[in-house]
Ligand binder design. Structure first.
Ligand SMILES: Nc1ncnc2c1ncn2[C@@H]1O[C@H](COP(=O)(O)OP(=O)(O)OP(=O)(O)O)[C@@H](O)[C@H]1O
Ligand SMILES: [Mg+2]
Length: 389
């Protein structure tokens, strides 16, 4: 690979040079310093450069513009940016400009070399496969909206009713519970098993997932927050790149708080389902998330709003909710405490347990809408229809 570095000072060039040359890889290097504080990338042959390393104590608008131009016009290079400051807004800005990896400044050896290795692995993935599947993300506007329950059961319907190969990934880094909605015996393997492996391919994913039924697989969240601490956005990015080669749908069950990992997932999602309930705290939280999505530049069509636990007694009408969040509600799930509760407690998917209930019907319509499937659900016949058939 060809790796170029445009550093902010002569000390920084020496530091990066020292780190890369001591690493002893077969890579080819180019070392330059900024010109009058500017990156001035025209001095590098960007077309033949695979990785560009930039650094700056502080992030400036001029740097963001320069990086956008580099990443917009060239398939190469992937940009690593080292900076001394990076809050949430700055992470968004750097990602938006096309930076692939953000590391700390002054550059530290292991951080830089790890970032290079991740990019090396990802470039291999990018050039050697064609994506098969779609990424669907679910997040609740506020705790307990029903996002995990809907995501987990939707996966079941996509796999069973619509004959799709589905992987559900639970990204609740603190005490994920998606699997317990689907099985009584979730088993031990989790996301941590994948991240600890050096090479990632579909067999590694397959060996770390649990099989729910037929074509439906679940990758559980780490079983303790400490085990989740080493997981980075890049790990999840690589995991998605591999997973979409092998599955028709990768369903991401996201935590409510948007951090660097979930932002990476949201960016890569083909569709985001925001799950809320028609009550004030959920509506407020949904409005805030919709504003964040607009800040992140997502088109409205990428986002679907699901209103869960609706019933005829809801004090706030559908129209009022839509006016308040300024977006139409795309799907409504009825409040069905008994069926949902029974399914949650037993670990049996609701479509299997109560295929004829309103919740299951809406779920099936959503699965058909997503997959374009014409599948008709084979529901058990009622007592009366059995008598007359
Ligand atoms: N339409 C519904 N009617 C009645 N109960 C429901 C409905 N949808 C979900 N539930 C119940 O709500 C409970 C909480 O749902 P879930 O775990 O999916 O919430 P969540 O939005 O993922 O929460 P968190 O933010 O904690 O991840 C589940 O046990 C489920 O039984
Ligand atoms: Mg959840």
């Amino acid at each position: 690979m060809k790796i170029a570095s445009i550093a902010s000072s002569s000390e920084s060039i020496e530091n990066i040079k020292d780190i890369l040359e001591k690493n002893g890889s077969q890579d080819q290097y180019v070392f330059l310093q900024r010109r009058d504080l500017e990156i001035a990338p025209e001095r590098v042959d960007l077309f033949s450069t695979n990785i560009l390393i930039l650094d700056a104590e502080k992030i400036t608008k001029a740097d963001l513009r320069a990086i956008s131009t580099i990443t917009k016009d060239n398939p190469n290079p992937a940009v690593i940016f080292a900076t001394g400051e990076c809050d949430q807004q700055q992470t968004i800005d750097l990602m938006r400009s096309g930076v692939s990896e953000i590391i700390s400044f002054p550059v530290r050896s292991t951080e830089l070399l790890d970032a290079i290795e991740r990019l090396r692995a990802r470039r291999y993935i990018n050039t050697s496969y064609h994506a098969r599947g779609k990424i669907l993300s679910f997040l609740s506007s506020k705790g307990g909206s029903g996002a995990t329950f809907i995501a987990a059961n939707l996966g079941y319907s996509l796999a069973n009713d619509c004959q799709q190969k589905v992987l559900l990934i639970d990204l609740h880094m603190q005490f994920g519970d998606a699997a317990i909605y689907l099985t009584e015996t979730p088993g031990k393997s989790t996301l941590t098993d994948i991240i600890s492996q050096t090479g990632l391919d579909s067999s590694v994913i397959a060996s770390s997932t649990i099989r729910i039924d037929g074509n439906y697989y679940v990758l559980q969240a780490p079983d303790s927050p400490e085990k989740a601490s080493g997981i980075t956005p890049q790990h999840i990015d690589n995991l998605l790149s591999v997973a979409i080669q092998d599955y028709d749908y990768v369903i991401m069950d996201l935590p409510r708080v948007v951090d660097a990992i979930s932002m990476k997932v949201l960016d890569r999602s083909d569709k985001i389902y925001l799950v809320m309930q028609p009550v004030i705290p959920y509506i407020r939280a949904a409005s805030k998330l919709l504003r964040l999505f607009s800040l992140l530049g997502y088109e409205l069509g990428k986002i679907s709003v699901i209103s869960n636990r609706t019933n005829s007694d809801n004090a706030i009408s559908k129209n009022d909710v839509e006016a308040s969040i300024q977006k139409p509600i795309d799907w409504e799930f009825h409040n069905e405490f008994q069926n949902c509760n029974e399914s949650s407690n037993s670990g049996v998917p609701i479509i299997k347990l109560e295929p004829n209930c309103e919740f299951s019907k809406t779920l099936f319509d959503l699965a058909k809408n997503i997959s374009g499937s014409k599948a008709e659900v084979s529901r058990p016949k009622s007592f009366f229809s059995k008598l007359f058939s």
